[in-house]
Design a protein around this ligand. Sequence first.
Ligand SMILES: Cc1cc2nc3c(=O)[nH]c(=O)nc-3n(C[C@H](O)[C@H](O)[C@H](O)COP(=O)(O)OP(=O)(O)OC[C@H]3O[C@@H](n4cnc5c(N)ncnc54)[C@H](O)[C@@H]3O)c2cc1C
Length: 501
Amino acid sequence: MKTFDCIVIGGGINGVGIANDAQGRGLDTLLLEKQDLAQATSSASSKLIHGGLRYLEHYEFRLVREALSEREILLKKAPHIIKPLRFQLPHMPHLRPVWMIRAGLFLYDQLGKRKLLPGSRHVEFKAESSPLKPEILRGFEYSDCWVDDSRLVALNAIQFTENGGVLKTRHECTAAKVERGLWTITARDTESGLITTYHARSLINAAGPWVKSFLTQNMQRTSPYGVRLIKGSHVVVPKLYEGDNAFILQNDDSRIVFVIPYLNEFSIVGTTDVEYQGDPSQVAISTEETHYLCDVVNKHFAREMTPQEVIWSWSGVRPLCDDESDDPKAITRDYTLELEKVEGLPLLSVFGGKLTTYRRLAESAMKQIRPFFPLMGEEWTSEAVLPGGDLGHSPKSFIQGLLQKYDYLDSKQAKRIATAYGSRCHLFLTENAKDQGQHFGAGLYQAEVDYLIKHEFAKEVEDVLWRRSKLGLFLKPLEVLELATYLESHKKNKVKGVSCD
Ligand SMILES: Cc1cc2nc3c(=O)[nH]c(=O)nc-3n(C[C@H](O)[C@H](O)[C@H](O)COP(=O)(O)OP(=O)(O)OC[C@H]3O[C@@H](n4cnc5c(N)ncnc54)[C@H](O)[C@@H]3O)c2cc1C
C-alpha cells in the first residue's frame, strides 16, 4: 500500500490549508475529514477576513499584523468569494473613549500592508439617512473584508486534489500510532462503516475543537495544551438597513457585535462569546444569546429587531489555546503549532487559529516539518489564485460577461453564481437553458448539483444547500425533498457503477 508523506486530520480551513500547501510543495498528502468539508467551525464564523480591531486591546500585535497583511493577499487569491467591506463604528461616549478608538484605528491602518483597502476616517451620521438611533451622531469607519467561509475551505480542497492530493470526506480517523517506522492511521468510512488503514511519514492534527481529544482519546497521548471551547452564535434577520456597509457595535460589557449585510436581503448579527463544555458537534444558539444580540442591536438601531424575526442561526466553538484567562473574550485568538516527535516521526498539532490567518498558519506548519522533508518545495500560496479566482476582470464586469454569455440567467442568479464559483461556473453553465436539467428551486439546476458532486465533494443536501451555497435560505421544503431524492439516486447509481456525469 502507498505511503503518504503527510496525513492531515480535519477538513476545516486549517486542515485544507495545510494539506493544500503541503501537496503544492510536492509532499504526497492525504486529508481525512470525518464529516463534510467545513462542517464544524469553518462554516460557523462571522465570515470576516479581518485584522481584529478589538484584539489590539489585548495587545495581540503579532496576530493583528499578520491578519491585516493577509487581507489583500487573500482578496487577490479569491476575488470571487472575498470582497472589501467598510465597517462603521458608532461612537457612544460612555464606552471606549474617542482617543482610544482613534489610536486603535491609526494602528490598524499602519500595522498591515494595505494598497487596495482605504484607511479609516471619522464619520458623521445624519438623522435622515442613518439607520442608527437619532442620538448617535458620530463614529468611525474602517476597512476589512468579507468571505464565504465554507467556500474558502472548498476552494482549497479543490486546489489540493487538482494538485494530486487525496481527500476523503466522511472518513473519521479513529486511531493513529507509529508502527515499523511509519504512522499507521485507521479511518472509518462513516457512511459504509468500512475501516481502512493508511501509512504516512508525518501526521498533522488539525481537528479544530477536537484537537485535544484526538490526542488523548484516539492516540492515548497527553495534550501539550489545554483547549478552551468558546461558543459564538450568529442570527440572520431580514435586512436591518439599506446599503453595503457593516456596523461594529460596542456593547457596555465591552463585547462587540457585528451587523453585516448578507445576500442582498438579510443582515447577519453576531457574535456572542460563551464558554462551552459540551460536544462541539451539538453546539446551538441559546434563547439568551438571541436576546443578547437583539438587545445590542436595539441599543443602536432606530428599527427594533425581535427574536421572532430570526430566519436562521448558526453557532460554532472557537477552539482556543487555553491561556488561563478568566474572560472568554480575552483568551488569545492566536494560533500555536506544537511539533512532537513520536519514535522519530513528526506529529504536528494545531491549536487555535483564524480563517484569516489559515494560509500563514499552513506556511508555519510547513516550516516546522521541513527538517523531515528537506526536499520540499518553497512557499507558493501567496501568489496562487484559488480555483475560480481568475476572473480576468473586476467581479462586476465578470457578472456582466455571464449575463451576456448565458442569456437565461437573471442578474440575481448571475451574481450568486459568479460570487460562488468565479470562472469555474463555465464548468456547469451551458449554452442552452434546457441543458441545465431539472430545476430544484431558487435557480438551482441539476447541472450545478452535478458539478458540486463531481468537483466539490458534495454528497448530502446540507453540503449543497448550506456549505457549497446558501440556497437553503431560499428553497421550499418540497424542493429540498426533491433535491434529497436526486442526491440519493445519484449515490445508488454510483454504488451500482452507473455514472451520472
Ligand atoms: C463564532 C465564530 C466566529 C468566528 N469568526 C471569524 C472571522 O470572522 N474571521 C476569522 O478569521 N476567523 C473567525 N473565527 C475563527 C475560525 O472560524 C476558526 O479559527 C477556524 O474555522 C478553525 O478552523 P479549523 O480547521 O481549525 O477547525 P474546524 O473548522 O472545526 O475543522 C476541524 C475539522 O476536523 C474534523 N475532525 C475532527 N476530528 C476528526 C477525526 N478524528 N477524523 C477526521 N476528521 C476530524 C472536524 O469534523 C472538522 O471539520 C470564528 C470562530 C467562531 C467560532
